[in-house]
Design a protein around this ligand. Structure first.
Ligand SMILES: Nc1ncnc2c1ncn2[C@@H]1O[C@H](COP(=O)(O)OP(=O)(O)OP(=O)(O)O)[C@@H](O)[C@H]1O
Ligand SMILES: [Mg+2]
Length: 813
């Protein structure tokens, strides 16, 4: 147990797998935590002080078990036996590997369509620094940003592993140290060369990442490391709530027709951080437009052979590639010229740029295909990877070994003939190696140069110097061969590393080409059109569709709808309509069209003109965050507050039934105040869609010039309601909630009773007329007072004006 404790002490935060015979055993608290995660039974064995909890996994299946622990976000240390077991003696053990979710390199643990980010984040007051490193591809992104944007950035990255305080402290956050580390690692003088001179917090975070990698002995080859500094201005921030509400994950599934994992990762990145630079968007749109059917198919066919060039190149450059992976790399590189021709054939600027980024590697391909056999082994240590004829030394070893074996095989016959001893045999045992054996009766005829080694009951055993020489050749040949193969493989790895940078930028270009082709394929399949991007504040969509709902109801069955938000003619819509009418669908569809357009994708609409949006905010549906200690209503209000605090006039705000999580009057009051606030505050006044069941809110359009009412239509025939899903001007007056409840299959006498209660309530009309009702919770002057207050631009006001304003406001009460 002493061995166990010393290993545990070195890696206190990891679950320790301790090799004992055919099992990896897990003890104590580790066992209690791991057993449920691994789905194995927790057992115990007697110990000095009570029983010792433990569980174990068979050693040959450790990878899949470790995978489950990593998926659960845990760190794993593997303590192996480092010498063969001998009875009566304690075997030596050592921690041989530490695996963490953000630093694993083995393919078995990596999702090919996702970047595997190890992220360090640090905040200092209003500013935060962030460094994200994907060790499997050698990419590192630095970003310094306002602390308010940190959570959204972390949501976007979906880190496999996050180092934040208190971990960060353990790995020493220190900008000066980080700067020093980066400089020495990259061999650069000025951080400006990676665009990081004005980002000390990000540089400090990068230092933490590098420190952590070193601590866990993760190899990082500076030649395959690509560091860039990201500005959050360049892309749209989407917070976790918005990513979830809009089902960006499902959108990715719909759009992803990538033929390489690099492409899938690239597309995922695009969808999770849409662009804000109109030129960059146009570049992508033109490329997508150009990839028509024939070209797309040709490009996809050329790209298909490229596999995961990024991870292959990165592993090869770090010396981790197996012979099989080197052969894959070789085959991938061999298909590059075709891809380059395809991509370069078009006239779209981005396609031609990307084609130019594809660097062909004819020498490397020639070298690798000369060096490696057609189907090399998957293990680094296995022999037989190198093609005969490639290396003279290896061939010499092989032929010497072959001729020695041949000589040994022919020895028995040759010696029998030479000596005339019929009983002479050649044998082999572990202690003596090869020997010649002659029976006692014929021992007298043995030649002089035979050296006697052993006398047995049946005969005598001899060796000769030549026999021992040949034996040494055979026995050493295997070792020599393995050693020489390793040398050759290492040299091949160095040759790959020498062009590592080119390979990785080639891979990055492949990823983009693949993502563009994928978007083009989706556009063609789903009949999407190219959007027009403008620098204005309008949003004009005709015949817009929700890409995911459309797929689920069937293309012909989806009712397309128009959207018109313009600063002059009203850019806020209060949307009412019965349950199940399609309000939420409509809201999400508008947001998704904007998101897709700014990723450079075509959009599901007949036409779309979109004034650039800086952020999409959504508040949709009810969910709670019990783990985070928030009730449903608290989550709703927190998300709403986030929107009101961070939206700008260029944002798109989508609010679905804000206020529904509380009592009717409270909810209605909050909903109305939110619309007023968004309308009146000059810092906001952004494009807004607000769906609600509070029909009272439709009166706002009379007072607030930029608010318009729209409703989703239903057709009513007798007791039957059919949903038309068509958005038309005007407000709705009924919810048809009971009708929907009936459709959902609630018992018929319950439905009858509900209709009765509704009739009673409606006869009392506690919520009507609207004018009275709206004032219910707010004192008459209060709403106006609030609006006035919100409209004051504090930083524009002189002290005297402020005083005057105060008097004015008091007059309102
Ligand atoms: N434009 C459309 N064309 C066809 N079907 C639609 C359309 N919009 C919505 N639907 C269908 O109606 C269902 C309900 O839509 P949605 O959830 O948007 O209604 P809602 O008005 O938000 O209802 P609630 O008030 O209960 O939240 C969708 O799941 C979809 O099947
Ligand atoms: Mg809804």
């Amino acid at each position: 147990m002493r061995q166990y404790w010393s290993a545990k002490a070195a890696h206190p935060d990891a679950i320790l797998l301790f090799r004992m015979g055919d099992f990896y055993e897990i003890f104590f608290d580790d066992a209690k935590e791991a057993a449920p995660l691994l789905g194995i039974t927790l057992t115990s064995r007697p110990a000095k002080d009570g029983r010792l909890p433990m569980c174990g996994v068979p050693h040959h299946a450790w990878q899949s078990y470790v995978g489950r622990l990593l998926k659960a976000g845990r760190k794993v240390a593997i303590c192996d036996q480092t010498e063969p077991p001998m009875s009566g003696k304690l075997v030596a053990r050592e921690v041989t590997r530490v695996l963490t979710p953000g630093t694993v390199l083995d393919d078995v643990y990596l999702d090919p369509s996702k970047s595997n980010w190890l992220v360090a984040a640090w905040s200092s007051g209003d500013e935060s620094g962030l460094a994200a490193c994907d060790v499997s591809t050698g990419e590192m992104q630095l970003c310094q940003l306002p602390t308010t944007g940190l959570t959204a950035e972390l949501d976007r990255l979906q880190a496999a592993e996050l180092l934040s305080p208190p971990d960060v402290e353990r790995y020493r956050f220190d900008p000066a140290r980080g700067r020093h580390r980066l400089r020495t690692l990259l061999g650069i003088h000025f951080l400006a060369s990676i665009g990081a001179e004005g980002a000390p917090l990000a540089v400090g975070a990068a230092g933490v990442v590098l420190e952590y990698l070193e601590h866990n002995r993760v190899p990082l080859d500076p030649r395959s490391l690509r560091i860039s500094t990201r500005s959050i201005e360049s892309s749209m921030q989407l917070d976790a709530a918005t990513l979830r509400n809009l089902e960006v994950g499902a959108l990715f599934e719909l759009c992803c027709r990538c033929v390489t994992p690099v492409g899938a990762r690239c597309l995922r990145r695009w969808l999770w951080s849409p662009l804000r630079d109109p030129e960059a968007i146009e570049l992508r749109l033109s490329a997508v437009a150009e990839l028509t059917d024939a070209e797309r198919l040709e490009l996809a066919a050329a790209l298909r052979g490229l596999g995961d060039l990024e991870r292959l190149a990165s592993r090869a450059a770090s010396g981790l590639a197996t012979p099989r992976e080197l052969a894959q790399l070789c085959r991938a590189l061999a298909t590059l010229p075709a891809a380059k021709v395809c991509a370069g054939a078009g006239s779209a600027l981005l396609l031609r740029q990307l084609a130019a980024d594809l660097t062909e590697q004819p020498e490397l391909v020639a070298l690798l295909s000369r060096a490696l056999v057609d189907d090399p082994p998957a293990q680094v240590s296995a022999a037989g990877a190198i093609r005969p004829g490639y290396d003279a030394q290896l061939d010499a070893i092989a032929s010497a070994s072959a001729s020695a074996r041949e000589w040994l095989a022919g020895l028995e016959a040759a010696e029998r003939e030479r000596t005339g001893i019929k009983s002479l045999k050649v044998g082999y045992n572990r202690v003596f190696g090869y020997y010649l054996e002659v029976s006692h009766s014929q021992a007298a005829g043995v030649p002089e140069h035979y050296i006697r080694k052993q006398t047995l009951t049946g005969g005598e055993r001899y060796i000769t110097p030549e026999l021992k020489e040949r034996e040494a050749v055979v026995l050493n040949a295997d070792q020599d061969r393995a050693a020489r193969e390793q040398e050759i493989l290492a040299e091949l790895g160095r040759r790959v590393a020498a062009v590592g940078r080119e390979l990785l930028s080639t891979a990055a270009a492949i990823g983009q080409l693949d993502a563009l082709a994928s978007l083009a394929a989706t556009a063609a399949d789903c009949e999407w059109v190219r959007p027009l991007i403008s620098s204005g504040r309008e949003l004009n969509i005709s015949g817009g569709r929700h890409p995911l709902v459309e797929r689920s109801v069937g293309t012909g069955n989806f009712v397309a709808n128009d959207t018109q938000l313009e600063p002059e003619r009203g850019n806020m819509v209060v949307l009412t309509g019965p349950n199940m009418a399609g309000k939420s669908t409509y809201l999400r569809q508008v947001a998704l069209i904007v998101l897709l357009a700014q990723c450079g994708s075509f959009v599901p609409a007949r036409s779309a003109r979109i004034g650039l949006v800086d952020r999409i905010f959504t508040r949709v549906g009810a969910h709670d965050d019990l783990a985070g200690g928030m009730s449903t209503f608290m989550v709703e209000m927190t998300e709403t507050a986030n929107i009101l605090n961070h939206a700008t006039p260029a944002s798109l705000v989508v609010l679905d039934e804000v206020g529904r999580g509380t009592s009717t009057y409270d909810g209605l009051s909050i909903a109305q105040a939110v619309v007023e606030y968004l309308h009146d505050n000059p810092r906001l006044s952004c494009r807004t869609l607000f769906a609600t069941h509070y029909h009272e809110l439709t009166t706002l359009a009379e007072r607030l010039p930029r608010v318009r009412n729209e409703r989703v239509e239903v057709a009513e025939e007798g007791n039957q309601v059919s949903f038309l899903h068509k958005v038309v001007p005007g407000g709705a007056d009924r919810s048809y909630g009971i009708h929907v409840a009936a459709l959902a299959g609630l018992p018929s006498h319950l439905i009858a009773r509900a209709r009765q209660i509704l009739a009673e309530l409606e006869s009392h009309r506690p919520l009507e007329p609207a004018a009275q009702q709206l004032g219910l919770d707010l004192q008459p002057g209060e709403a106006e007072l609030r609006r006035e207050l919100a409209a004051i631009e504090l930083d524009q006001l002189s002290p005297l004006e402020a005083l005057r304003k105060l008097y004015e406001l008091r007059g309102l009460t």
